[in-house]
Design a protein around this ligand. Structure first.
Ligand code: PLP
Length: 384
């Protein structure tokens, strides 16, 4: 089998696996004061430093959660605290291409969530954002804006710094979903000028079911989503998912040290893939090819091939890829990202995403499958 769905999840990497095997043998609870507890605490603290380093943050500003979805639900709330004083956020602005974990608006009333359009190139429309922020009624509360750094379907890199400058000029809060960016581009919370960043372990070679909400400082924090024993400095109660946290840390450290080297190799593989697809079907449309994209993602439409049929056809050929819109539910729906880009989502689209272990052989097997599938498309139009 050929696994080319790394944006859905990355197989567990060797550094995370090794660190987790060791952690499984540690008996303590990181909140206990005895030696066993302190050993567990040391391991959690190490992971916190490793995750912080990946995004240029201070370890104390990393709150471990059950994943990016929980981190999003935690931070997307009208209720904040500035030190001890409550602070109200009255409206959430989300780009139209956000992952559902952001687009759903977390703890905001749906009526208080506004979508920001993207251009036909799949990049958030900064002029539209500025108009919305200028019209925001600050007397009701602050605006909050969520723009992802890298889109999970297209791989397109979003102008987060520029968006953050607008948000801060209008006294707002900037939340950045960096789930698909960490380990693909360098991510630095201060350079991005983000107030909050969201990262997920399983997209970077760590275990599933753990992620983090990273804040720029400690003063301004969202109301906790999960309350109880006060772990994670009261920001997220419940005994830490210890082994997963340790694996996440190890994956973050490996990602930080290796991604620069990997990216050149992965970009060359993606080029081989896209050139090969064009040779086999000259009408293939590659979404986002003319704007800045991460090296590992190719989102394409083969006219006449529906997403669902295409996904099954590749699967039968032994190639795991996805339709961009299949997130967690197993459904193959229409892509909200393509719709936001003004394309006809009925066209269908497929996403191939590569990772550090992808080989030339994988690409060649995917191309062989592509050639077969492209050749037997049932076309309704004149495309050949
Ligand atoms: N944000 C983006 C861009 C994603 O691609 C995903 C995963 O599909 C998530 C958020 C959700 O991450 P998690 O599975 O950790 O909840």
């Amino acid at each position: 089998r050929t696994y080319l769905d790394w944006n859905a999840t990355a197989p567990l990497g060797a550094p995370a696996r090794a660190a987790m095997m060791e952690a499984l043998l540690l008996p303590g609870n990181a909140s206990s004061v005895h030696g066993e507890g302190r050993a567990a605490r040391t391991a959690v603290d190490k992971a916190r430093r490793q995750v912080a380093a990946l995004v240029g943050a201070e370890p104390v500003h990393v709150t471990f959660t059950s994943g990016a979805t929980e981190a999003a639900n935690h931070v997307l709330t009208p209720e904040f605290r500035m030190g001890r004083a409550p602070l109200k956020v009255s409206r959430l602005y989300v780009s139209a291409i956000e992952h559902p974990s952001i687009r759903e608006g977390g703890r905001f009333d749906p009526a208080d969530v506004t979508e920001v359009a993207v251009t036909s190139d799949g990049v958030v429309d900064l002029a539209a954002l500025e108009t919305m922020l200028a019209a925001h009624d600050r007397s009701a509360g602050m605006p909050m804006v969520a723009v992802m750094l890298v889109n999970n379907e297209t791989g397109i890199i979003q102008p987060v710094e520029e968006a953050a400058a607008l948000v801060h000029a209008h006294g707002g809060l900037m939340v950045v979903d960096a789930v698909q960016a960490a380990d693909r581009v360098s991510v630095d919370i201060a350079a991005l000028d983000a107030d909050f960043l969201i990262v997920s372990s399983h997209k970077i070679g760590g275990p599933k079911g753990v992620g983090a909400l990273v804040s720029r400082g400690e003063v301004l924090m969202p109301k906790p989503l999960i309350r109880g024993g006060g772990q994670e400095k009261g920001h997220r109660s419940g005994t830490e998912n210890f082994h997963a946290v340790v694996g996440f840390g190890a994956a973050a450290e490996a990602a930080l040290h290796e991604f620069g080297d990997r990216n050149g190799r992965i970009a060359a593989l993606r080029d081989r893939l896209e050139v090969g697809m064009r040779e086999r079907a000259s009408d293939v449309m590659i979404h986002g090819e003319n704007v800045a994209r991460v090296a590992n993602t190719s989102f394409f439409t083969l006219p006449g091939l529906k997403s669902e049929t295409g996904q099954i056809a590749f699967d039968l050929e032994g190639v795991a890829l996805s339709s961009g819109s299949a997130c967690s539910s197993g459904k193959v729906g229409e892509s909200h990202v393509l719709t936001a880009m003004g394309r006809d989502p009925k066209l269908g689209a497929l996403r191939i995403s590569l990772g550090p272990e992808t080989t030339e052989d994988d690409i060649d097997r995917a191309l062989a499958a592509f050639g077969k599938i492209a050749g037997r498309r049932k076309l309704t139009g004149e495309a050949a």
